[in-house]
Design a protein around this ligand. Structure first.
Ligand code: C5P
Length: 317
């Protein structure tokens, strides 16, 4: 059925936050070749902004403020826009997209996935499609495992290949975050999972009941309620394969381990970005001021951020 474009004279700006992994465990291998995961994902304030100008000539175009990003068919933004247009069945739907990129690329922060989520939310509104969020989450998993989380964001448990979501109450959501990354280093996510498989496949769980037992451990994990006066450990299985071949990850984690006010630290996703958690944003800001030179001397760019309770948000123009 064709839908009419109710908002064709309007344009939108959409804010797309990055995520960090508070927990990432690789449980086993699935029949579809992906890995079965148990994760806790958390949106943070570091965000891309995406402007969308709809048209009824059917053209979908993308421009961006950075050079080293492909803007063709393999960009998740284009894939998301084309998928939504195809599902709508309306060939006249088009959009001019301007991406203001702040989230580093190839960093384990779901930068591409959150942009795709933003496109689905923005165009659903601009093109007058009015699909439910749950439907958008569902279709988004066709083009990337992290996109369903990015749509509603906040803090969620992510199972399956990342697309099976469970909302959790966000204890300690006022924690401050320092995020660091060597701007010259990127990690390929398929490489990280393939390497993990090569090294650890013999330890993989194979039965659904064993996966479920692991999921239950994450569901009842108390790290979020942990007494934040004491440092505590975070788990990211992919760190085991990325860290040995990525000196900037080792440097970042060494620096965080020597900061007394840092209550927990880990690599995010498939890296190489790493983060440290602090009592609140003020503490993260003060620590960043104090440690800026240390990060810079190690070649790391650093940001201080807050945790966000929502995913994609639209800003009407
Ligand atoms: O789903 P997405 O396209 O983001 O995944 C990128 C790659 O990461 C996949 O092609 C696969 O190699 C790996 N991956 C995986 N298991 C997952 C998610 C991703 O092996 N659950």
């Amino acid at each position: 059925m064709k839908k009419s474009m109710s908002n064709q004279n309007k344009s939108l700006i959409v804010r797309a936050p990055a995520k960090i992994n508070l927990h990432l465990e690789v449980l086993g291998l699935r029949n579809d070749g992906y890995h079965e995961l148990a994760m806790i994902m958390q949106s943070i304030s570091l965000s891309d902004y995406i402007e969308m100008y709809p048209n009824i000539e059917g053209s979908i175009t993308l421009q961006t403020n950075i050079d080293n990003l492909t803007i063709g068919e393999d960009n998740l933004i284009i894939k998301a826009a084309k998928m939504l247009k195809e599902i709508s069945g309306d060939k006249s739907l088009g959009v001019k997209i301007n991406l203001i990129k702040n989230i580093p690329i190839g960093a384990g922060l779901a930068g591409g996935s959150t942009d795709a989520a933003a496109i689905l939310i923005g165009l659903n509104s601009l093109w007058g499609l009015n699909y439910k969020l749950e439907y958008l989450e569902n279709i988004s998993s066709r083009i990337g495992s992290d996109i369903p989380f990015c749509i509603q964001g906040g803090r969620q448990l992510c199972f399956g290949r990342g697309e099976v979501l469970e909302k959790v109450e966000s204890f300690n959501s006022n924690l401050g975050v320092i995020l660091v990354k060597d701007p010259t280093v990127q990690v390929s996510t398929p490489w990280a999972y393939n390497k993990y498989k090569e090294l650890f496949e013999s330890d993989y769980l194979t039965e659904e009941y064993a996966f479920e037992r692991k999921r239950n451990l994450v569901r009842t994990s108390n790290w979020i309620k942990h007494n934040l006066n004491e440092p505590f450990s975070l788990i990211n299985d992919l760190q085991k394969v990325v860290l040995p071949v990525t000196p900037s990850v080792q440097n970042a984690l060494d620096i965080f381990s020597n900061i007394p006010d840092c209550v927990a630290y880990a690599m995010s996703g498939s890296g190489p970005s790493c983060f440290g958690l602090f009592r609140d944003l003020n503490m993260a800001n003060a620590t960043l001021n104090k440690c800026k030179d240390t990060f810079t001397q190690s070649g790391l760019t650093a940001w201080s951020c807050s945790m966000q309770s929502e995913g994609i948000t639209t800003i009407d123009q």
